[in-house]
Design a protein around this ligand. Structure first.
Ligand SMILES: [Fe+2]
Length: 297
């Protein structure tokens, strides 16, 4: 038993060297300030936490998540079987899951800060979720590449939800507002373009970075049991659902919204503009459109 404070004691079992811990002996139903503060402190250390055997009702789930910040159900996707203003339900029997590395909702100007997931139903085997530590991924880049990334921004959009017009520009390196640590903030699901680079340069760098963050040594993989609550910090992680299951998998997610991501100051370079016209300028169309909208707005 690990004693966290005079009010809270629980068992904490790290699951991988990079990130992730399982917490037992901390009932989350009706959690008060002391428990929530404990969760937040543990989250800063481990980045993703798993609380098996909680079996929270939807109101208990929302009650917990609301203490972490304001909630938003889902800006693009509607629930099939559940009517609730602040919970997003995703039911899948095979496929139809987020099997591409991503941070939740990065196409929003103020994306999700934390996610609180309730595993309602899961197959006996398969459908694990993986998380990766974006701070470790950043730290392990060479100094010149870290320096380049520090000065860049990237365009994200909601194309995976058929809403390509929903866009946001964020720093490629995000500074965590609580810890001050730097994290690589681009993901293969929502990030389309490095603003300051040409289209082929952007493709090459994004391709490299999105493969880099997925290295097994930066990750943890969790095998679910029903009734588990998971909480993760979207400011420094990405996740990926392993698409290998048959049978029903139902999650309910409360998404805690937050502030705008901040980088290390203004981008060091101007947005890319083609020096000569030609067929390849079509690759710059979306970027030009978003920048024009931003400058007008
Ligand atoms: Fe997700």
């Amino acid at each position: 038993m690990t004693t966290i404070s005079e009010h809270v004691s629980c068992e904490i079992r790290p699951l991988a060297a990079a990130l992730g811990a399982e917490v037992t002996g901390l009932p989350l139903a009706g959690a008060g300030r002391a428990e929530v503060d404990t969760v937040l402190a543990l989250l800063l250390r481990h980045r993703v936490l798993f609380f098996p055997g909680q079996h929270l009702t939807i109101d208990q789930h929302v009650g917990l998540a609301e203490q972490l910040g304001p909630l938003e159900a889902h800006p693009n996707l509607r629930n099939a079987g559940l009517e609730h203003p602040s919970v997003f339900e995703l039911a899948a029997s095979s496929g139809g899951i987020a099997d591409e590395w991503h941070t939740d909702l990065t196409f929003l100007p103020s994306p999700s800060v934390m996610s609180v997931l309730n595993m309602i139903r899961c197959p006996e085997v398969g459908g694990d979720t993986m998380w990766t530590n974006l701070e470790l991924a950043y730290e392990e880049l060479s100094a010149p590449l870290r320096d380049l990334c520090d000065g860049l921004t990237a365009l994200h959009d909601a194309t995976p939800h058929n809403r390509p017009e929903k866009t946001a520009i964020h720093p490629v390196v995000r500074v965590h507002p609580v810890t001050g640590r730097r994290a690589l903030y681009v993901n293969e699901h929502f990030t389309r373009r490095i603003v300051e680079l040409s289209a082929p340069e952007s493709d090459a760098l994004l391709g490299f970075l999105t493969r880099w963050v997925a290295q097994p040594r930066f990750t943890v993989r969790y095998r679910w049991t029903e009734g588990t609550i998971a909480i993760w910090d979207n400011r420094c992680t990405q996740h990926f659902v392993v698409n290998d299951f048959t049978g029903e998998r139902i999650i309910q997610r409360a998404t805690v919204m937050g502030d705008q991501p901040t980088g290390l100051g203004a981008p060091r370079w101007e947005p890319f503009t083609a020096s000569r016209g030609g067929a390849t300028t079509r690759h710059d169309r979306q970027l030009r459109h978003v920048l024009r909208q931003r400058d007008q707005g």
